[in-house]
Ligand binder design. Structure first.
Ligand code: GCB
Length: 594
């Protein structure tokens, strides 16, 4: 799925801004409210989560459908073209009508979807787009959740959304809404794979087209000089001594695909930026461009005051600036695909990304998130089909990003439970089939230990999330260090694969300080991190460390979270805690390649 662009053959308009919004009372869809203008709406920005924008708990905690609507014009000059309406993401389900006619629906809250709306638009008057957004999670969705329905004293239905992941269930139209045009003969998709043969960069390019397979492909360097050209939908292009995409030193070529129509004229064109770089796991090392790379960075979230999970380009620039200030070289898109705009920024800024699907919470017996009746996860969930779709959509969207070096196909699933292997084997096979060029991982939870884990053979890198010294052995960091050391050694002996600590962290209240390291204080967070550093530094099979978390973030309410998760090294408004300075010293002294 190509990112929308305007160029000499394509036009693009943004439908971001203020839309009309209302909560649904459970009758909207059956009453076909999309056939007319919505009544009783309030203004709502797009992109943004709606939850924190109205001083009303009914909006914040709404479970079910909400409606968005706005008007737009299309240019008369667009007659005869494809007019594609595209949503960057709608969380978690969206159904779209244009002028009262249904044009598309999409399941999954973190990937784009689009449709040609040309048959439905008016060229001589205003158009109306209506969107139904639903935020219910159940055992068939990714992520999973469970709807609790009960009646109050007067018989009204009360719906509560339960979920098994540790971030707030923000919803709404989270990413940009755009309309772009193309000719009827057009570039549908481009897949670029690059490798190095000696000094030569070999770029394999597949162009999927509609209408004409007469395609010209050219590669431009950053100065826009043409460095290679070919024709055909399957092209192999060579660049002598290419400038490689390197962590911290990004270099992006542009692949331009042009569709040639009957008269020999160019009818559509699309330019895709890409980097030339290789990734490979070999023994204990994660190789980028043939050199051992060390991941230093964070698990993150798309999360901020007011916007919630809505795209905020200023925040993203700030976060990348902070990543650089820290000396970090990478992050994981925990626990869902991030906005395409973030992926493009990472490509451009040379930040390495572990790209994760929204398969989080697949662990019904997990600690504080376990519901009262413990169930076997794999006998309970029915989400394997949605999970497959989520993997397909992620790879389709992100396959050309140089920044993406590994797919994470789940976070902390119940790998120790019966049925885990049978659930994950087809998903791992699918991922490898769709992208044989990148390693994959299933991020591990401690209950799936070296003796109990049934799925570690499916991962190329052992990504471990560990909290000894917090949830266990809190306030006994000496013991935590010993336990961690033993476990890491056991993994290495069992698998011979690189180990990557993808999460470790301690909740920390900014401003809570202490002369001795007490839990929740800024000093404890530093000591906690130091304990992990001391262990990892002695083990040469550790290929990376991502602290949990980059910044404090919103979660559901509960007795283990005071105004959200406070494991951030930065506060939610991006102020450094002591640990940020402490970690900066370390990260600045660790090289990208070792
Ligand atoms: C984890 C989860 C992450 C949580 C974190 C915590 O293992 O992967 O989503 O936020 O622990 O802070 O408990």
């Amino acid at each position: 799925m190509l990112y929308p662009q305007s160029n000499t053959k394509r036009e693009l308009i943004e439908l971001n801004g203020i839309w009309n919004f209302k909560l649904d009372d459970g009758t909207g869809a059956t009453n076909r409210v999309y056939e007319q203008q919505l009544q009783g709406t309030i203004p709502m920005p797009v992109p943004a989560s709606y939850n924190d924008l109205v001083e009303d708990a009914r909006v914040r905690d709404h479970v079910g459908d909400v409606w968005y609507e706005r008007e737009f014009y299309v240019s008369e000059a667009w007659q005869g073209k494809r007019i594609v309406l595209r949503f960057g993401s709608v969380t978690h389900y969206g159904k779209v009508w244009v002028n009262g006619q249904e044009v598309m629906e999409h399941h999954g809250g973190y990937t784009p979807f689009e449709a040609d709306i040309a048959p439905y638009v008016y060229f001589d008057r205003k158009n109306r787009v209506t969107v139904l957004v639903n935020n219910v999670l159940d055992f068939t969705t990714i992520p999973i959740g469970e709807l609790q329905v009960r009646r109050d004293s007067v018989g009204n239905e009360i719906r509560k959304q339960d979920y098994f992941h540790d971030f707030f269930n923000y919803s709404g139209i989270h990413r940009p809404v755009r309309i772009y045009t193309t000719a009827q003969q057009y570039v549908k998709d481009i897949t670029i794979r690059s490798e190095l043969r000696g000094q030569t960069g070999v770029v394999q390019c597949e162009v999927e087209t509609e209408g004409s397979s007469n395609v010209r492909v050219t590669i431009l360097d950053e100065q826009e000089n043409m460095v290679a050209e070919a024709s055909g939908v399957h092209a192999v292009l060579e660049i002598e001594k290419p400038t490689l995409w390197e962590p911290g030193a990004a270099y992006l070529y542009t692949l331009k695909a042009e569709v040639i129509g009957k008269e020999g004229t160019v009818v559509d064109t699309y330019s895709e930026p890409f980097g030339i770089r290789t990734v490979k796991v070999e023994g204990k090392q994660f190789l980028i461009n043939g050199k051992p790379f060390y991941f230093k960075g964070f698990g993150k979230h798309e999360d901020a005051e007011i916007h919630g999970k809505g795209l905020d380009e200023a925040l993203n620039i700030k976060d990348f600036s902070l990543l650089k200030w820290m000396g970090a070289n990478s992050f994981r898109t925990s626990h869902y695909p991030y906005a395409e705009e973030i992926m493009r920024l990472a490509d451009r800024e040379g930040i390495v990304v572990v790209d994760e699907v929204a398969a989080v919470g697949l662990h019904l017996s997990l600690g504080a998130y376990a519901s009262s009746n413990t169930r076997n996860t794999w006998q309970t969930v029915q989400c394997q089909e949605s999970h497959k779709a989520a993997i397909k959509e992620l790879i389709k969207r992100d396959k050309n990003h140089a920044c993406v070096v590994m797919w994470a196909i789940a976070n902390e699933p119940a790998g120790e439970e019966e049925g885990a292997y049978e659930y994950f084997k087809p998903l791992a096979d699918l991922t490898r089939e769709l992208d044989p060029t990148r390693p994959l991982t299933i991020v591990n939870y401690y209950a799936a230990s070296p003796t109990t884990c049934k799925i570690h053979t499916l991962s190329d890198v052992l990504c471990l999330n560990r909290y000894v010294g917090w949830y266990a052995f809190g306030n006994d960091l000496e013991m935590a260090g010993r336990v961690l050391n033993q476990e890491l050694l056991a993994w290495w002996e069992l698998t011979g694969k690189p180990v990557f600590l993808t999460e470790f962290g301690a909740d920390t209240i900014q401003g809570l300080t202490s002369t001795v390291p007490l839990m929740w204080s800024e000093e404890y967070q530093c000591e906690f991190l130091k304990t992990y550093h001391q262990v990892m530094d002695k083990l040469d099979f550790v290929a990376g460390e991502h602290v949990w978390n980059f910044a404090d973030f919103a979660t559901k309410q509960g007795i283990v979270r005071v105004d959200g998760n406070k494991k951030g090294v930065f506060t939610r408004d991006r102020r450094p805690k002591k640990a940020a300075h402490f970690l900066r010293e370390r990260y600045q002294n660790i090289k990208d390649y070792y």
